[in-house]
Each structure stands twice: as structure tokens, then as C-alpha cells.
Write a protein that binds this ligand. Structure first.
Ligand code: ZN
Length: 1010
């Protein structure tokens, strides 16, 4: 078969070779290593080298300014940032020599985990040299990233000085990162590890025969088998303590050797149980040893893990090419941070909750031996070649082996678990979920980006998920056996090399015979979306003519399935992509048709993929009601429901039903309607909202045209006095409000998607229809009872919101302009958090507001309030008050932190002019307590003799910003006087906030994954 290497760069392909000899001693009393390293560096580049970059990645754990520390913070992980010095790690005692002579070397100016060796004389092309250095490694705590220890359990990865890759595009010196993997030179390793002799040790490579060690491992295996047998009978075993035995005083040295790998990792734990298996490779029939190592705590979970390692090694070998090494291992690393991680021949598996998940993670990590280990692509720059392609095979493994298991299994539930429709999605399809969440919110990114360019959620949702889905679609198109043979050729041609995306796609094109330029353009290198629609079907003499529309312009091949009445497939037809509209004819006497019959295309809207052959309602989809919410089933019209209960002082208890279509993926049109019955007033009440989302793909991520509406009673006219005096029997008259607030919201597109800053502008038109007593009809009240009338007012609001969710010192800023026909006021609020430790922060709030226009009467109605908003101050009916218009009891105590946000109630500081305020909350103590302090200044008329209003006291946080209680203890003299004057006793000064309106069904569902 013909094949040539396609070169995409100016230079011919070459790769360096690096052979290592390392002697290392573990000092487990202080979790450090001392070692010597000897490297044979072979320069296969056509040019001479004057220097060599080295990675000193343990230094990533040294301080707060390393690239790792900054990235972890960006990910929202503060462990390293706030770590104690003794938890951190570093590498030092380096003394580089080249061919026995000292050389100059220097740390990279920006990254202390990179250094540069300046060679005494240039290393000529095809020449090699010997680099030696001792090194000392202080092992960091394993909770930060991949290298570390937990007590005396050791995860030794990226632990030794290592030359950076030099290839035809130059040097690839890269700092260690958590999000963003590796790129390394191939070569050989000969590593001798010395440590107390009761450690179980596992590593990359083949163990050099050592009789004592052999006996030690044999005994461990038999102990493990006995323990599994013993625990079989025990149902509810008491929690098995992972007791850490003392280290032996005797030491052993174990040697591992491996060639054709680009990294070396080792793991040591005194508690490990060990199981050994064997598998036969499908093509060469060669035998490979399989190993699993796990802690006593996870014995039950891991007892069948050899089977998972064997099956996945066989599966990947069959589809891609035989595993080229002698040993394949999986190690239980559940006590360190994060999920699984791959190293050549050996993978470490993070915390998993059930056997199904363990099998899935082992399969994924073992699979990396092919896509990472054997094909050594640059994972930092093109992570999809490793994580994405590997996830595609993981998906195929799950589909082949567990076609019946549903995604409910991920949540540890069996496949009958119905909530959220988790019983409808096959387990192997779980990759669709993180992808569609971001795709539908138009927060997706292109596949072919660098690791560091992805948001944390897209690193999973695009690199892993979208790549696997896109490959699955390609396989549907070219056929499984064709794709498999193309991928085996890719593997064969590029094993132990550094393939690029171009190498992959050129191979696929050559061996599938398909032009994949559009595939790459729309699906790999851009965020182009796919959306084909089946518009019409028309009877033909034979079969049907179907009219299709391409709604996005991404020209990609697609299939149409023809089905009979019982959903039996009558035919599958593939078509080349087209730009806008097309009619095709299908010969089948079908009942219905579907584009992308088995859902393999990452189509943004699958709802328009089906059509009935005949009938009036060709696009009709049966209704389906789901409790709470559900994942989308494109063939159904889904309505979600849940009971709603509520209550307020006027309406009494309320009971109703919420109907909505909010799901886990954003929709173009979204609604929530919640009618309720109020038992006291015996009236219908409730709320509703509608959103219509547009995605302009330019300055704004989304533009939403929405409406919020609600109606409740907010006051009442007590007829008791009237009835007592007049001898009448009139019922109390309840006053309602009806609010309808259409709004237009513009959410800005982020220039850099990884930015933590979101900005939006919202214009809201609040229409308020409020009942009041019709005093003009007062004379007739004695006959008719009290009469109410309804008044219309409006208040419009333009607001700009900026939210910076950075991990340290996050803040949010709001500017708003409110106006009626003749009144206008502006205000700005900045909420700034000063982060002190992992769990402690000081909250600051600055507020300033002023009136721009309006009569004194209007300005007094819309006044700035020093003590926040009680129910009767909430003129736009924003909050949910339990007794909106009551001046005592709950009605007096509930408030919203607005304007001056004094926590103590005071009639002072209600200003028709201007106001500024500073509000401070201390870090939490005793879990739920804070100290608060507030200062408010307004124009003189709003004050009394004191120039400032201030208070201080205790804040109890039951649910941050939703349910909080304030106990004012100190305040200025004027406030004290007015409290006395109003006879407000100490218990009545305690106020609370109940901001249930801040909880939105939409954001709870759509942010639940990340
Ligand atoms: Zn992976």
C-alpha cells in the first residue's frame, strides 16, 4: 500500500531521542527524594543546538506565582494558593554537567519550572551528549495536582529534570499546568528506586528480575485473593480503615526498564493490594501482563479491575493496533485530587463511586497508552488528538460492551431511574451532555484550540466530548471498518512519533477516500454549527420527495433514514452537504423519515430532523410530561411540571402547579407558568416568565427578549371597624398587584472566553397595575362595602452589570438608571470581596445614588432609603415579601439590602436627593456568623443632628444572600432616639432578608453541570 509522509511545515520531520538512567532514594520520613540522573541526548535535528531547555516541573508547586498556581486559581482551586509552606514542593540541588564538564544554566525568566542549559560547545546534528545532574525533590501534597504524596502514599509523576521537545517548529519549553498536558521526547528509561522494603511499588516499564521482590509481590497477590475471598461473605463490613503501616528499617532497590516511551511514572504505597492477570493481543497473539494496585478501602470496588484492564487493552489493540509493551497497569489513586491520569504503561485512577464508573475510567486511561503514550502528539497545543480521539474509543467501548446501561448509572442509579430522563440516554452517550450544555448556550469553542485557550467546561465539553461525537459522526459516514483500517494505518505510521492534526486528517482522507476539508473546517477548526431541517414531504409516483433546509450553512454530509409505522428501518441514504435548500427523492413507501437517523451528527437542533410522510400534522410530536425537568427527547414535545407551594400574609397558603420547558440545555424559546390558588382570598395568583433568545454571533453572546409577570395580594382593607360600627357584615377587601415586565437583555460576548468577567445590559419596562381603595366612592361604602380601583404606573430601568467571578477578590458592579414619565434616578453599587483565606473573606459594598429629575412628591415616593427596602418601599415589586404592607411583625422585619442597606430599621435617611453608603461584613466565624457594619450619608434633609447614620451588629447567614438574619447592636444616637420614639424594642430591631426571587429555575438547571 502506498503511503508518504505529508509534511505541513517548512522542514522535514525529525525527532530527538532522550535516554535516561535515574537512581532515586525515597525518604519517606520527610517525603523527599534524592536522585542522580544521566541523560543521553541525541540530536537528530538537521541543525546544531547551542542550548537545551529542561523542564523542572516539581517547581510548579513551589509558590503562588508559578503558571500552575495561577491556573489552579483561575479554575477556582485555592488549595495551592493558600497552602502551608510544608505542603508545597520543589526541585533543587541541581548541578548540571555535560560530558562530565560543568555548564552554565539559568532559570527561565518567567517560569521557575523551566531552565536552559547553555552548552559549552554546540551539539552538532546527529551527535549526542551525556548530561548528568543530582537532584533533590521535596514532594508536594497530592491535593494540588498530579505529583504528590498523601501521608506515605506516593504518586511520582513529572518528577525528574527532563529536556523539552525540540522539533521542526522549534523548542517547546512549557510550564507545568493542570489543564493542559504534555509533549515529550521518546527514548528509554532505566530507573532504580530505593525505598523501605515493605512498599508495593509499580511503575512504567518492565521490572528487572529480582527474586526477593518477586516473592514479595507473589505474597501480596495471594494475600489479596484471600482478602477478597474473606470479604465476600461480609455484607455490612465495618468501614475498613486504610491504616498506614510503619516503614520497614530494611531497604530494597527495584529497577524498571522501558524503551520507546516518553515519560516515566512510579507509585508506592505500603497498603496496596495487588492483582495480576494476562491477556492475549488480538493481532499478534503476544501475551501482556496486566496489573492492578488498590488500597484496602477500595477492595470491593477494584476486585474485578483486572478484567477492565484486559478488556480495554484488547479493545484498543483490536481497533488501533497491538499494545507494544509487556505490562499494563492501573493504580488506585483515589486519595489524590482529580480524576484519572495516564502515564506510559501505567495509569492512576481517581475517586470513582461505582464499578461501572471504575470500568469507564480504567478504559479511558488505559486507552491513553495509544493516544498519548504510543502516539506522542503535542497535547498542550492539540489536546483533541489525545483526549478527544481517546474519548471516541472509550465511547465505542461502552457502546459495544454496555449498550443497555443508561446514563443514570453515572449517578449511581440503575437504568430504571426515571428522573430527568436519565433512563433514556445510553451511558455511552454521556459525552453529549457537557457538549450540548455549552453548544446550546453558544459558549462552545473550536476543537483545534490549545489547552490553555479553553474554558474549564469546554476543556471537557469540547476537547473530550465534541471530538468523540464528531469522530462518531465521521465513522457513521465512512463506515466502521473503513475508519478502523484508516486509524490502524495512522497508528502504524506514527507510533512513537509526534503526529499533528494534519497527519491524522491526511491519513483519514487517503484511506477513506473522502475529502474531509469541510469536515475539518466546520467541525474541527471553527464553532460552525450543524442544523439540517426536514421541511416538506410530498408523495411521488414511487416514494417521496423530501425538501430539506440547511439552517446554518455548514456543508456536511448527512443521512436520511426511512421508517415504517413500527419504526423499522426501511432504508438509509447518504447525501452530500449543500448550502441552503434542496429536494431529494427517496424510493421507500415509508411512514416517516429522519435526518441523521441514529443521532450521530452534532446537530444543534434535532427537533426539526423528522417528518411524517403523510398527513396534516407532519411535524407533530407527542406530548410528554416530566416531573421537574428532563434531558431533551427531540421526538417529543416535553412539558415539565412540579407542584408549587407558597404563602403570604394576605393570600394565605397557596398551592399550584409550575409548567415549564427549562431543561439542561438552553432553548430559543423558554417559558415558565405557575398558576396557584390562594386559599385565604380564594383567588388565582401566580407568576410566569417567557424568554426568546437570539444569538447574533457578534458583540453579544445572546440577546433575550423576555417578560416576567406576577400577581399577588399586597394589602387589605380591614372591614372589622366598619362592621362593628355599622352593623354590616362586609368581608375584608384584598388589594392585588399585577406586574408585567417585558425586558431586553444583551449579554456581551467575551473577547477571551477564558475571562472571568461577564457583562450585560438590560432594559426593563415594569408595568404595575395596583389596587387601591377607591376613596372617591367612600360615601357608598356603607351600602356596597369597600370598593377598590386599579391604578397603572410604570418604571423603566436600564442597567449595566459587570460580574468578575475570579477566585480571589471577586466583585460585581451594577449601574442603573430608573425613570418614569417625569422622574429619573441613577445609582451604582459595587460588591467587592476581599479574600483572606480559603474560607474567609471580607465583603464590602459601596453604594451611591442621586436623582436627576422629578417633582419632590415623586422623588419622595421613589426615595433612596438608608435602611433598605421594607415591603412597602419595593415600588417595582421585585422582591417576594411575606407581608408586603404590614408595619409590624414579619412585615416590619423583612427587608432587602438596597440603597443604604443599614440593617437596623430607621425612618431616618429617606432622601429625595442623594445618598452614599459603605457596608462591611466580616469573615464568617462559628460557621454561620459574621459581624456587620454600615455607614450612610445622605443630603442634610434626610438626617437629623448626626452627620452619618451607622450601625453594627451580628449577621447570621443561613443561606448566603438568600436567607440572612441581622441583629443590630450598635447605632448612632439619632437612630436610637427614633427607635425609642417609635417604641421599637430590641427583639423588634432584628431583621431578616428572604430573597427567594434570586433563585431561578433556568440557571439552577443550566449551571448544574459545571
Ligand atoms: Zn484522558
Amino acid at each position: 500500500m502506498f503511503f508518504s509522509f505529508f509534511c505541513d511545515a517548512q522542514q522535514e520531520y525529525f525527532q530527538q531521542r532522550v535516554n535516561y538512567k535515574i537512581n532515586v532514594n525515597l525518604h519517606d520520613e520527610n517525603s523527599s527524594l534524592s536522585a542522580t540522573e544521566e541523560i543521553n541526548y541525541v540530536n537528530n535535528a538537521p541543525q546544531a543546538l547551542d542550548f537545551i531547555y529542561f523542564h523542572l516541573w516539581p517547581n510548579a508547586y513551589k509558590n503562588n506565582s508559578t503558571a500552575l498556581a495561577k491556573q489552579l486559581l483561575w479554575q477556582g482551586k485555592t488549595d495551592l494558593y493558600f497552602s502551608k509552606p510544608e505542603e508545597r514542593g520543589f526541585i533543587d540541588s541541581l548541578n548540571f554537567k555535560v560530558n562530565g564538564k560543568s555548564v552554565k544554566w539559568e532559570y527561565d525568566k518567567e517560569h521557575i519550572d523551566i531552565c536552559k542549559l547553555i552548552l559549552n560547545e554546540p551539539l552538532q546534528s546527529s551527535d549526542s551528549l551525556i548530561i548528568t545532574t543530582p537532584f533533590y525533590l521535596q514532594i508536594p501534597n497530592a491535593k494540588f495536582s498530579r505529583l504528590g504524596h498523601t501521608d506515605q502514599a506516593y504518586y511520582m509523576t513529572q518528577w525528574y529534570p527532563k529536556p523539552a521537545v525540540y522539533d521542526r517548529t522549534g523548542w517547546h519549553q512549557i510550564p507545568y499546568l493542570d489543564q493542559g498536558e504534555f509533549y515529550s521526547e521518546y527514548g528509554s528509561f532505566d530507573v532504580k528506586i530505593t525505598l523501605p522494603d515493605n512498599y508495593v511499588l509499580c511503575a512504567t516499564g518492565d521490572k528487572v528480575i529480582n527474586a526477593d521482590e518477586e516473592d514479595f509481590i507473589k505474597k501480596k497477590i495471594s494475600d489479596t485473593e484471600k482478602e477478597i475471598e474473606r470479604r465476600k461473605g461480609i455484607k455490612n463490613e465495618a468501614s475498613t480503615e486504610d491504616f498506614m503501616p510503619a516503614s520497614s528499617k530494611l531497604f530494597k532497590t527495584v529497577e524498571f526498564k522501558q524503551s520507546r516511551v516518553h515519560d516515566f511514572a512510579w507509585f508506592a504505597d505500603k497498603r496496596f493490594y495487588v492483582l495480576k492477570g494476562e491477556l492475549e493481543l488480538p493481532h499478534s497473539k503476544r501475551k501482556v501482563n496486566s496489573w492492578v494496585y488498590f488500597t484496602p478501602k477500595n477492595l470491593k470496588l477494584w476486585k474485578d479491575a483486572i478484567e477492565y484492564v484486559n478488556q480495554s487493552t484488547t479493545f484498543y489493540s483490536f481497533h488501533n493496533g497491538d499494545y507494544p509493551y509487556n505490562n499494563v497497569s492501573a493504580v488506585d489513586g483515589s486519595i489524590m485530587a482529580g480524576g484519572g491520569m495516564e502515564y506510559p504503561n501505567i495509569t492512576v485512577i481517581g475517586e470513582v463511586s461505582n464499578a461501572m464508573e471504575l470500568e469507564m475510567v480504567i478504559t479511558h486511561e488505559v486507552g491513553h497508552n495509544w493516544f498519548y503514550g504510543i502516539l506522542g502528539s503535542n497535547e498542550r497545543d492539540t489536546p483533541f488528538l489525545d483526549e478527544g480521539i481517546n474519548s471516541f474509543y472509550e465511547m465505542r467501548y461502552l457502546r459495544a460492551k454496555h449498550p443497555e446501561i443508561k446514563v443514570a448509572a453515572l449517578a449511581g442509579k440503575d437504568s430504571t431511574f426515571k428522573l430527568f430522563g436519565l433512563n433514556k440516554i445510553p451511558y455511552w452517550k454521556y459525552q453529549e451532555i457537557p457538549f450540548y450544555v455549552n453548544l446550546r448556550a453558544r459558549k462552545d469553542q473550536a476543537i483545534a484550540l490549545k489547552s490553555t485557550e479553553f474554558t474549564t467546561s469546554n476543556y471537557g465539553g469540547i476537547v473530550y466530548s465534541k471530538t468523540s461525537l464528531v469522530m462518531d459522526y465521521l465513522m457513521d459516514y465512512v463506515g466502521e471498518s473503513v475508519l478502523d483500517s484508516a486509524m490502524r494505518i495512522y497508528f502504524d505510521n506514527y507510533k512513537f512519533k509526534h503526529p499533528s492534526p494534519n497527519d491524522l486528517f491526511k491519513t483519514l482522507e487517503a484511506f477513506t477516500g473522502k475529502d474531509l476539508r469541510d469536515f475539518q473546517k466546520h467541525l474541527i477548526y471553527s464553532t460552525d454549527h450543524i442544523n439540517y431541517k426536514l421541511k416538506k414531504s410530498k408523495r411521488q409516483e414511487k416514494g417521496y420527495a423530501l425538501t430539506l433546509k440547511n439552517k446554518t450553512g455548514s456543508i456536511l454530509p448527512f443521512n436520511i433514514y426511512a421508517y415504517d409505522k413500527n419504526n423499522k428501518v426501511l432504508g438509509v441514504h447518504w447525501f452530500d452537504g449543500f448550502a441552503d435548500k434542496r429536494t431529494v427523492t427517496l424510493p421507500e413507501e415509508a411512514h416517516h423519515f429522519k435526518i441523521d437517523g441514529i443521532d450521530r451528527m452534532p446537530d444543534i437542533n434535532r427537533k426539526n430532523n423528522s417528518i411524517k410522510a403523510q398527513g396534516l400534522f407532519k411535524h407533530e410530536r407527542p406530548l410528554r410530561f416530566n416531573f421537574l425537568s428532563s434531558f431533551e427527547q427531540p421526538s417529543k414535545t416535553q412539558i415539565n411540571y412540579s407542584p408549587v407551594i407558597g404563602g403570604n400574609f394576605y393570600n394565605g397558603p397557596m398551592l399550584g402547579l409550575a409548567l415549564h420547558n427549562y431543561g439542561f440545555y438552553e432553548k430559543r424559546f423558554e417559558y415558565l407558568v405557575s398558576p396557584m390558588f390562594a386559599f385565604n382570598t380564594k383567588t388565582p395568583v401566580g407568576f410566569a416568565e417567557f424568554n426568546l433568545n437570539f444569538y447574533p454571533k457578534s458583540v453579544f453572546r445572546s440577546i433575550t427578549l423576555g417578560t416576567k409577570a406576577k400577581t399577588f395580594a399586597y394589602d387589605f382593607y380591614d372591614t372589622q371597624f366598619m362592621n362593628d360600627n355599622l352593623g354590616t357584615n362586609f368581608k375584608d377587601l384584598y388589594l392585588n398587584y399585577y406586574k408585567i415586565a417585558p425586558y431586553l437583555k444583551f449579554e456581551f460576548q467575551k473577547k477571551d472566553p477564558t475571562s472571568k468577567i461577564t457583562q450585560q445590559i438590560t432594559y426593563t419596562n415594569n408595568n404595575l397595575f395596583t389596587d387601591s381603595l377607591d376613596t372617591s366612592a367612600y360615601q357608598t361604602f356603607a351600602v356596597s362595602g369597600p370598593i377598590k380601583k386599579n391604578n397603572y404606573t410604570f418604571i423603566n430601568q436600564l442597567s449595566y452589570d459587570l460580574n468578575n467571578t475570579r477566585t480571589v477578590d471577586p466583585f460585581r458592579f451594577n449601574f442603573s438608571l430608573q425613570h418614569t414619565g417625569s422622574m429619573a434616578k441613577v445609582s451604582a453599587a459595587l460588591n467587592y470581596q476581599i479574600t483572606l483565606t480559603k474560607k474567609h473573606a471580607i465583603d464590602l459594598r459601596f453604594f451611591a445614588g442621586a436623582f436627576l429629575a422629578g417633582s419632590l412628591e415623586e422623588r419622595s415616593y421613589y426615595a433612596f432609603r438608608a435602611s433598605g427596602y421594607n415591603g412597602w418601599h419595593d415600588y417595582a415589586f421585585e422582591g417576594n415579601y411575606l407581608a408586603r404592607n404590614e408595619r409590624n411583625g414579619v412585615g416590619f422585619s423583612q427587608f432587602m439590602e438596597r440603597d443604604g442597606a443599614l440593617k437596623v430599621w430607621s425612618p431616618l435617611g429617606q432622601t429625595p436627593e442623594w445618598m452614599t453608603a459603605l457596608n462591611v461584613k466580616s469573615p464568617k466565624f462559628l460557621k454561620i456568623f459574621k459581624v456587620f457594619g454600615d455607614v450612610v450619608v445622605g443630603d442634610a434633609r434626610a438626617l437629623n443632628t448626626d452627620k452619618f447614620l451607622w450601625d453594627a451588629g451580628i449577621n447570621i447567614v443561613f443561606w448566603n444572600e438568600i436567607i440572612e438574619v441581622y441583629i443590630p447592636l450598635l447605632y448612632n444616637a439619632d437612630i436610637k432616639k427614633t427607635l425609642e420614639l417609635n417604641k421599637v424594642s430590641f427583639p423588634n430591631t432584628i431583621r431578616f432578608s428572604f430573597n427567594i426571587h434570586k433563585l431561578a429555575v433556568k440557571s439552577i438547571l443550566q449551571n448544574s453541570f459545571f
